[in-house]
Each structure stands twice: as C-alpha cells, then as structure tokens.
Design a protein around this ligand. Structure first.
Ligand code: GLN
Length: 287
C-alpha cells in the first residue's frame, strides 16, 4: 500500500464526517507524525510505500477516526502557541481561541509576575505563559488528577516549572495574591450541548466543558469573587467566556466593582474574552 492508496481509502471512509480540507490536514498530520517526513515530501504520496508496521499505524488511526475520535487524541498530542502538548481524553483539546487569550496576556509586561491559572486541564495556558515569561511564577490548579498528570508531563516536555495544585477551586483556600488570574472554565450550557458534534461529545471531558443552564456563570462568579482577595491592587483577570452571557458577566463584574471591564473579540468576531482590573493605570495597556 502506498501513502496515496491510504489517502484515497481515508477520504472515502471519512468523507461523511469531515470536510475535504479537514481531511487533508488530518492526512498531513498523520503522515508527518508516523513517517517523520516534511509536508513537501507528502506530495509524492504515490511514490511512498508503507511497510507493514506503518500500514498498521495508519489503518488503526483510520479506525479510530471513523468513530469520530479527534485527531489530537489519536496522535496523543497537539500544538498550542508553537509548543507541543500531550493530550488524552482527560483534558480538553486546546482551542485556537485559547491561544488568542494567551497572546492577549503576553501583550502585557508580566515577566517576573505571579500568575494563577484556574482549571488548567492540559496546562496549555500556564505552560505557554511560563515558556514566554521565563521569570514569571506560574501556579495552575485543576480538580482532575488525570488532567494534572497530563499537565505535569507537558510542563516537563516544555521544560518549565509550574506549581500544580490539585483542588476544587470552590473549596480552595489560600493566603496569597497574584498579579494575573486566568481561566478558561467550563462555559458550554447543557442546551448548547445538543448542537455539538460527536467528536467533542463522545471524547472530550464533560467536566471541562459543560455548565447547567440554571447557573451558567457559576465559575465566573466564583473566580471574580475569589480575585477580590487574591489579586494585587494593579492585577488583572483574564477569562475566556461564552458570548451568550456577556450581559450577566458585565453585571457580575460591576457588582464586584471592577473599574475596568473589557470584552474582547476572537478572530471570528465573537465576544470571547473578558479582562477585568481595578487599577485605571492599566487601561492604556489593555486596549
Ligand atoms: N471553546 C470550547 C468549545 O466550544 C469550550 C471551552 C470551555 O468550555 N471552556 O468547545
């Protein structure tokens, strides 16, 4: 079997699940990872013969993809802010929006500051911040032991030091202040869940994604309240949010008397981020 034969088989068996450009990118990711060849070489797919062990690799990936398993879990890894992260079904696959959140934070001059990531999952936010801010002190909390195991591996893989904390944020007490509190908490409501695809629903951890329709902003309320006692006077909160709850979140931030309340758009022009701070001096930096 040549690589081209595999590609044709893959396209015919997965075309009901994926668009053609998604199929192309999945094919490229598999070829790069399994054959360790650059993208330019993949163009010569009909000249590349797959030996028996490679055939087994490609065909078993195809079987997993047919069940709607995300390519990132099939490969066991993904890229986030140009860094490699291991992933498995205990952690959410890092999303491009969350990369935007990290890039927003990296616009600030935060090296040497203390940063706290609540609900770290794979560790993608904490680790990419630590990598880009070598003197920052980054702590990251998660309720899931399995997620923390992945996050710890990722910190090692990317050669950064993070303080990992295993706790339920709702039960977590500490006597400490940070310069930045960041979180991408669960924000998809159970009713929005009905519209989601099988690859998310069957494989990604529910605990990282969903909130009850009856209390969709509970993580935000807790974090905004928590930050009142755990943020330095000129500190900032960075949150990834669900656009549908922007009014509730705005009200929450006002109730907790944050002076600067900024909603920011993602590249799809959806309101996706909320940045809060107390100190007017920071206003110029966050625009
Ligand atoms: N952006 C993710 C999604 O729509 C949700 C992430 C989250 O709940 N924090 O799948």
């Amino acid at each position: 079997m040549t690589l081209q034969d595999f590609k044709l088989k893959m396209v015919s068996e997965l075309s009901s699940i994926y668009e053609m450009d998604e199929l192309n990118s999945i094919f490229n990711l598999l070829s790069e990872d399994y054959l360790k060849i650059p993208r330019s070489k993949i163009l010569l797919a009909d000249e590349i013969h797959l030996d028996e062990s490679n055939q087994t690799l490609f065909l078993s990936a195809l079987e997993r993809l047919k069940t709607h398993e995300p390519i990132q879990y099939v490969l066991g890894k993904t890229t986030f802010i140009d860094l490699e992260f291991k992933v498995n079904s205990s952690v959410l696959i890092p999303r491009p929006e969350t990369e935007e959140l990290v890039r927003l934070i990296l616009k600030e001059d935060l090296d040497g500051k203390e940063i706290f990531d609540i609900g770290t999952g794979s560790g993608c936010i904490a680790i990419s911040l630590a990598k880009n801010l070598p003197n920052a002190k980054v702590s990251a909390l998660d309720i899931s032991i399995d997620a923390l195991e992945v996050a710890r591996e990722n910190a090692k893989l990317n050669n950064v030091n993070i303080e990992f904390i295993h706790a339920d944020i709702f039960e977590y007490h500490l006597d400490k202040k940070y310069d930045v509190i960041v979180s991408n908490p669960p924000y998809v409501t159970e009713s929005e869940k009905l519209k989601m695809k099988k690859n998310v629903l069957n494989y990604e951890p529910e605990i990282a994604l969903f909130v009850n329709d009856s209390d969709p902003t509970k993580y935000y309320e807790f974090i905004i309240n928590f930050s009142k006692n755990h943020l330095h006077a000129n500190g900032q909160i960075y949150l990834e949010i669900n656009e549908n709850y922007k009014y509730d979140l705005n009200l929450l931030a006002q109730n907790y008397e944050y002076k600067i309340i900024e909603f920011k758009l993602d590249t799809h022009n959806k309101i996706r981020f909320l940045v809060l701070s107390e100190d007017n001096q920071l206003e110029k930096n966050t625009h």
